[in-house]
Design a protein around this ligand. Structure first.
Ligand code: TYM
Length: 344
């Protein structure tokens, strides 16, 4: 089992995707698809770590799959699938529950944020969430993981788990034919581009998120052209003109966010955006940003709608993807079981 470069990433099917998901992760996914073997997962097992209405969950899984395809992921080229159809994720996660240490999980900031004050009432799954994420990646011995900045800590944990597994089972790994003693790779986070952390349109110090109660805080990938334009127009700004250098964005979170969004949507850098708009007022900049955003995003919303109207077709894509994913995961899991000492 030679270690080949493989890309793995995923998104939770909890409602509709937003601009942060698109610019922070998906744009990189689409780029990597051109050069690598890629697997893009709809992580439904992760979604149920907080309560999901079953009918809405089913709808969201299809919705996210439709968004993957509408954004430009090709189900013939990349493996698109939902996590619960491939049992290796849950199986390996259990083994990792026994490799990861409580102290490691206690440091996870996302658990603290999501559990809030009422930690005692959070699900055990929410706590063990990062172990499942490590299993997602390592069940395929994936080497590259394109994500937004908020996932960095989870990926560090996945690297620690891979490392501890390799050390704990060193002898068995060598005996299983891995002479260098390395069974799991150290997965590399790929956190690149001008928008690795897209912020709320209402508050430049808060991350754009599905859970923000204000719909004006985010652009959903299902928003139509009018709504996109309205949200850009209403986005919070400060009273100064745009600076001509990136350093001038310091301590101006809203300006920084909108310039980053513009750069990512137009496939350039923040420097290039400021070279064009430095000195301009926000009113003018927002008109250009609204045009750019509607041009890029509105056709995607139409395509999502079209794809969603054919749920059987989406389910076929997911079933095919799951079958191909199992072909990659099965031999890895057979070796894992041998290494750990299980029979059969
Ligand atoms: P999730 O579903 O919260 O987000 C999916 C992807 O979108 C990125 N993202 C953002 N990027 C920039 N700005 C934002 N405001 C923003 N909001 C979200 C996330 O960083 C992520 O890349 N735990 C993961 C899902 C997951 C996963 C995995 C990812 C499960 N298993 C294995 C990679 C590999 C999550 O909850 O992402």
């Amino acid at each position: 089992m030679k270690l080949e470069e493989r890309v793995f990433s995923g998104m939770q099917p909890t409602g509709s995707l937003h601009l942060g998901n698109y610019l922070g992760a998906m744009l990189q996914w689409i780029e990597l698809q051109k050069t690598h073997n890629c697997m893009y997962c709809v992580v439904d097992l992760h979604a149920i770590t907080v309560w999901q209405d079953p009918a809405e969950l089913r709808d969201s899984i299809r919705q996210v799959t439709a968004a993957y395809i509408a954004a430009g992921l090709d189900p013939k080229k990349s493996i698109l699938f939902n996590q619960s159809q491939v049992s290796a994720h849950a199986e390996l996660a259990w083994i990792f529950n026994c490799v990861a240490r409580l102290g490691w999980l206690n440091r996870m900031t996302q658990f603290k944020e999501k559990a809030g004050k009422n930690k005692e009432n959070a699900s055990v799954g929410l706590y063990a969430y990062p172990n499942l994420m490590a299993a997602d990646i390592l069940a395929y011995r994936a080497t590259h993981v394109p994500v937004g900045e908020d996932q960095k800590q989870h990926l560090e944990l996945a690297r620690d788990i891979a490392q501890k597994f390799n050390v704990d089972f060193q002898k068995e790994i060598v005996a299983a034919g891995f002479e260098d003693g390395v069974f799991f790779p150290q997965p590399e986070p790929v956190i690149t581009g001008p928008a690795t952390r897209v912020m709320s349109l209402r508050d430049g110090t808060k991350k754009m998120s599905k859970s923000d109660p204000s719909d004006l805080s985010r652009i959903n990938l299902t928003d139509d052209a009018d709504l996109i334009a309205k949200k850009v127009k209403k986005a919070k700004t400060d009273p100064e003109a745009l600076p001509s250098e990136v350093e001038g964005l310091k301590d101006r979170p809203e300006a920084q966010n909108l310039v980053g969004i513009f750069a990512a949507l137009s496939g350039t850098t923040r420097e290039a955006v400021l070279a064009e708009f430095g000195g301009a007022q926000f009113s003018g900049f927002k008109i250009s940003l609204a045009e750019l955003a509607t041009e890029k995003l509105a056709p995607m919303a139409d395509e999502i709608k079209r794809l969603k109207a054919e749920p059987d077709e989406i389910d076929r894509v997911l079933a095919d993807g799951a079958e191909r994913a199992r072909v990659v995961a099965d031999p890895v899991m057979r070796k894992v079981k041998e290494i750990v000492g299980f029979i059969g």
